[in-house]
Design a protein around this ligand. Structure first.
Ligand SMILES: [Mg+2]
Length: 225
């Protein structure tokens, strides 16, 4: 059995800036600050931690109600922004064929482990018709800390299937150091992809178990399948 937990942005798809545009606009509507996220590092972060950071930068008191309000605005905006043919909006190389092949292997189970909130993460995937491959996952709604997310995904998988994976059956696939590091506390297998925000050289420093230039590599299917 293999339980594969995929990151979304930079691993499966690029939204062409739809997420960032929607977040900036939602931040303006809710908190009155324009381009609030321009100087904040987004790659590999959870959405909640990004917004909390920005609130801190602009001295906005944090509370859960404000985050909930922000999320509702953001979800509406991202549905529209994903339709804009933004620069770079695409499925990452090799992803479509890989997901199709993996979905035909009976003891391979695919889920998500992403810093996106679930609703907006699914907006991005559904735009590319990839949402259908993933019926469980862990999201920024579960924790603002990425390295706390894995058990949420595994518990959902267990409830869904009645199966109990070993630690070594669980694979975390992502494009940033944060993806590699969030697998390690749980002794899951980390699979890094240097196709987006970070190069293979950058990612090697974090010692993933496997590393690929992108998901077109033929050995990806051998490792994940
Ligand atoms: Mg990513």
């Amino acid at each position: 059995m293999k339980v594969l937990l995929f990151d979304i942005d930079g691993t499966l798809v690029l939204s062409g800036g739809a997420g960032l545009r929607a977040m900036n606009e939602a931040f303006f509507r809710v908190f009155g600050v324009r381009d609030a996220l321009v100087n904040i590092n987004l790659a590999g972060r959870t959405d909640t931690s990004i917004i909390k950071d920005a609130m801190q930068v602009f001295n906005i008191q944090f509370d859960d109600k404000k985050i909930e309000f922000f999320k509702q605005e953001y979800f509406e905006l991202v549905k529209h922004e994903i339709l804009v043919p933004g620069n770079g909006r695409r499925i990452m190389p090799g992803v479509k064929a890989l997901l199709e092949q993996l979905s035909n292997i009976s003891d391979v189970h695919m889920g998500l482990l992403t810093g996106n909130w679930e609703t907006s993460g699914r907006v991005k995937l559904d735009f590319f018709d990839l949402g259908k491959y993933f019926n469980f996952g862990a999201f920024s709604d579960d924790s603002e800390w990425r390295d706390q997310l894995l058990p949420f995904a595994v518990k959902r998988f267990e409830r869904l299937t009645g199966l109990l994976p070993e630690k070594s059956d669980i694979y975390v696939i992502g494009d940033t150091p944060a993806d590699i590091m969030c697998a390690k506390p749980w002794q899951a297998v980390s699979v890094a992809v240097g196709a987006s925000h970070y190069s293979v050289e950058d990612l090697k420093k974090y010692q993933p178990d496997f590393i690929f230039q992108d998901l077109t590599d033929e050995s990806v299917l051998e490792i994940l399948g």
